[in-house]
Each structure stands twice: as C-alpha cells, then as structure tokens.
Design a protein around this ligand. Structure first.
Ligand SMILES: Nc1nc2c(ncn2[C@@H]2O[C@H](COP(=O)(O)OP(=O)(O)OP(=O)(O)O)[C@@H](O)[C@H]2O)c(=O)[nH]1
Ligand SMILES: [Mg+2]
Length: 316
C-alpha cells in the first residue's frame, strides 16, 4: 500500500462518526419463513434467490449494507430442518455454524402460522450456540393476517425469549426500518469491515447459477426442484454489451431430466428466458445463455458430488 492509499484509508476511518457500529447478523429460521426476502429487501438487490418452496437457500451468503453510521453484514443461511440426506445435513450445519460467529442473531419466524417442529430446532440451535449474544426475533408475514392480534406472538416468544422482537412484513415493508434500527442498536461499535461499494461475498457466476436455479424452482413441482443443482461452466464477456453464460442443470434421474426439458424443450426454454432476464440485470449487459441438463444419480447423498456441485462441507 502506498502513502496516498494509506492516507485515504485513515481518512475513511476518520470520516466515520465516532459511534459507528458494525458486525455480522446471522439470519436464521426454519425453511420458507422469509430470511432471503428480508435480506434482499434491505440490500435493494437480489443477492439470495427466493421461492415459495422450502429449502431454497443452500449456502451461507453475505449481504453487506453500508450506511452512514453502521455497516450491517447479513449472513443469510439455509433453513434449519430435520435433514433427509447429505445435502440437507450440509445445509443445516452451514446454518448452525454461522450462529456463533455472529454479533447479533436475527431469528425469523412465520408468525402467520403457529410454530412447527423445525422452529423448535432453530430455537434449540440458538440456545446451544450462544448464551451471550443478542437475539432479535422478527415475526414475519404480518401482511397475511387481517390484524396483528391474530399473530402467533405468544407461541413464538414462549419458545425463545429474545432480546427484542417486532412483527414485520418482509414483502410489504411493515416495520422493516424499525427492525433495522433494533438490529443496529445491538451491534457493537466498530469500523467498516468491507468497502462501501461491496454488497456481497459471492462471485457473479455463483449468483448466476442461483438465478438459473430460481427460474427452475418457479417452474417445477413435486420432488424435481429439490433434485436440482446448477453449475455455471462459462461466464465470459463476448463484447462490451454481451456476456456468454453456459450452465449445466444437474438432476438425479432420467425422468427428472425429461421434466426439466419439457415437451419440445418448452420448459427448459422458459427457464432460460426467465434466468436470462435476471442475469442481464446482474451482468449489466445482454446475455446469451446456453443450458444443458445432465443426470447425476443420487448426487444429494454423495459427499464427492456435493463438493463438485458447490456444497463443500464447512468442516473442511
Ligand atoms: N406474504 C408474505 N410472504 C412472504 C414474506 N416474506 C417472504 N415471503 C414469501 O415466503 C416465501 C419464502 O421466502 P424466502 O425468502 O425464500 O424464505 P427463506 O426463509 O429464505 O427460505 P429458505 O431459503 O428455504 O430457508 C416466498 O414465497 C416469499 O415471497 C412476507 O412478509 N409476507
Ligand atoms: Mg432463503
């Protein structure tokens, strides 16, 4: 680092208000409660894919929100559940392990419905991992109820007594700003850990693969969405305003391959069209997207396949 850069760095530090706060906020909860939706809403950008099906998020993803007086690093995690295969075990372990590294735990529940077994798993995981950390509970999806009195507030607060809590709607925005203030108030004083223009730790090609998976999730039913993995094989600028993206969708069985491709290739074409629109926003150029579908039998149960498809065991 040369002198000018060093000066710039000190200047940046000096520019921060003396009571600047920063830290990691582990966003945890059972599948489908709205963790990724809420993080994206705070960032104003789709960093994590979202779907109406549970178990959408499979990896730990950072979403970095830099404000004048705080830098909040959200750690979006897979939904905690009772796993059925190695992929599920990887997901749950990833989520649970993000808890002790956090400064604040954001426990999200779907308060439009009573607690389920998986919510208790989350509450237990938080209790086991942290005794000291502040925990903020967000009672999400208030928009689904005619009045806040119908929320299952007591049932969730009985399960886990948080430091602070609020009813919110991640999609409609109710109490979203207020929740952010609550979270910031629990963060320690500290500097910015990431440059102010950095919004995530994920590489563009990983997000592109996720956007393809999101497009596929929205168009497939039953067990097929869960058997999908997507790998971007190539992500290359072809010219100033055109990016070439080549990706493979992996499934577990021939029958699933047929479903993903669809009659006359229609389903795959629809998936490609939807994904391309999203990847164009990400790449900020036009995108030429080529998709392949391949069968990898029982990949969700095999350690080496999981590693190859981007689900490396956090222990290693
Ligand atoms: N009505 C309503 N729906 C919501 C709200 N927040 C999220 N959703 C919906 O709930 C579904 C799940 O949202 P996600 O953000 O993918 O949930 P998640 O907790 O990240 O789920 P996993 O990644 O599977 O653990 C999607 O259909 C969202 O649109 C909300 O405040 N109100
Ligand atoms: Mg998610």
């Amino acid at each position: 680092m040369n002198d000018t850069e060093l000066n710039d760095m000190y200047l940046e530090e000096a520019d921060l208000p003396p009571d600047h706060r920063s830290g990691f906020v582990a966003v945890v909860g059972r599948p489908n409660v709205g963790k990724s939706t809420l993080m994206n809403a705070y960032l104003g950008q789709k960093i994590a894919i979202v779907s109406e099906k549970p178990q959408t998020t499979r990896n730990r993803l950072l979403g970095i929100l830099t404000l004048e007086d705080a830098q909040i690093i959200f750690v979006d995690t897979p939904g905690i559940h009772a796993p059925l295969h190695k992929l599920g075990e990887y997901m749950v372990e990833t989520a649970v392990r993000s808890i002790p590294d956090a400064d604040v735990v954001l426990f999200i529940v779907d308060a439009s419905a009573p607690p389920r077994g998986d919510d208790a798993l989350v509450a237990d995981a938080i209790r086991e991992q942290v005794a000291e950390l502040p925990v903020v509970t967000a009672l999400n999806k208030v928009d689904l109820l005619p009045s806040p009195e119908r929320l299952n507030t007591e049932a969730y607060l009985d399960m886990f007594q948080p430091t602070a809590w609020l009813p919110i709607s991640a999609v409609r925005g109710d109490n979203r700003d207020e929740l952010l203030e609550l979270i910031i108030a629990q963060l320690p004083h500290g500097p910015r850990y990431y440059p102010e223009d950095q919004i995530t730790d994920q590489q563009t090609r990983f997000i592109a693969a996720e956007l393809i998976r999101e497009a596929a999730l929205g168009r497939l039913r039953h067990e097929v969405p869960y058997a999908l993995a997507v790998v971007v094989d190539e992500f290359k600028p072809r010219s100033e305003d055109m990016t070439y993206v080549g990706a493979t969708i992996y499934v577990e069985r021939d029958s699933q391959k047929g479903i993903v491709i669809g009659q006359g290739g229609k389903t795959l074409k629809d998936i490609g069209k939807a994904a391309r629109t999203e990847i164009e926003k990400l790449a900020d150029t036009r995108v030429f997207l080529e998709l392949w579908v391949k069968v990898r039998p029982k990949w969700r149960k095999k350690e080496d396949d999981l590693q190859r498809l981007g689900y490396a065991n956090p222990r290693r």
